[in-house]
Design a protein. Structure first.
Length: 172
C-alpha cells in the first residue's frame, strides 16, 4: 500500500518519470506489462468545477503514452488538455477550435514534424503568438527551438515539476 506522498514510477509510460502518488490513474501504478489502450484522435478533459473552463493546452506528441502522461500531469495541475499525434492534426485543430492558452510541442513526429508545424503556426496571424513549450530528446535542439520562438524548452525525459512550472510561468 502506498502512502500519500510516496513517489512512484509511471510504469506504462515510455518517459521515465518519478511522480508523487495520486498524479496518475491507478492502472499506471500496477505491475502489469500492458498499458491501457490510448484513445485515438484528440483527447480532451472535462470542464473545471462549477462550469469554469481551465486554461487549455494543446499537446502535440506522436507517442500515445507520452501524450497521456503529459495530459495527466497537466490536468492534475489544473489545465484542460487536448492532445493530437502530429503537426498536421495540430494545425487542423487550431483552425477549427478556440485558441489554446499554450502548446506543448514535440519536434520529431511523422506526417508533419514540430519544425514544420511551427513555421505554419507562425505564418498564421491568429495562431503565431500562442505560447509554445517544446519537448525533445535531442539536447542539441534547445538553442534552435528557442531561436525559433519557443518560450520554453524541456529535455526528455521530462521532469514533471519542470513541465508544470513551464506553463505556470508563461505570460497569460
Amino acid at each position: 500500500m502506498l502512502e500519500p506522498r510516496t513517489p512512484v514510477v509511471a510504469l506504462s509510460s515510455p518517459l521515465p518519470v518519478l511522480l508523487p502518488f495520486g498524479l496518475l490513474p491507478a492502472i499506471w501504478l500496477s505491475d502489469e506489462k500492458t498499458a491501457p489502450e490510448p484513445a485515438t484522435g484528440a483527447v480532451t478533459s472535462p470542464e473545471g468545477s462549477a462550469g469554469v473552463t481551465r486554461r487549455s493546452i494543446l499537446i502535440v506528441e506522436d507517442d500515445a503514452d507520452s501524450r497521456e502522461t503529459f495530459c495527466a500531469l497537466l490536468e492534475e495541475a489544473g489545465y484542460e488538455c487536448v492532445a493530437v499525434a502530429n503537426g498536421r492534426e495540430a494545425i487542423d485543430y487550431l483552425r477549427a477550435h478556440s485558441r489554446p492558452f499554450a502548446i506543448l510541442l514535440d519536434l520529431m513526429m511523422p506526417q508533419m514534424d514540430g519544425w514544420q508545424f511551427r513555421r505554419l503556426q507562425m505564418a498564421d496571424p491568429a495562431l503565431g503568438d500562442v505560447p509554445l513549450v517544446v519537448v525533445s530528446a535531442a539536447k542539441s535542439a534547445r538553442n534552435s527551438a528557442l531561436q525559433f520562438g519557443a518560450d520554453r524548452f524541456l529535455l526528455k525525459p521530462v521532469d514533471p515539476i519542470q513541465l508544470v512550472e513551464a506553463f505556470a510561468n508563461l505570460p497569460s
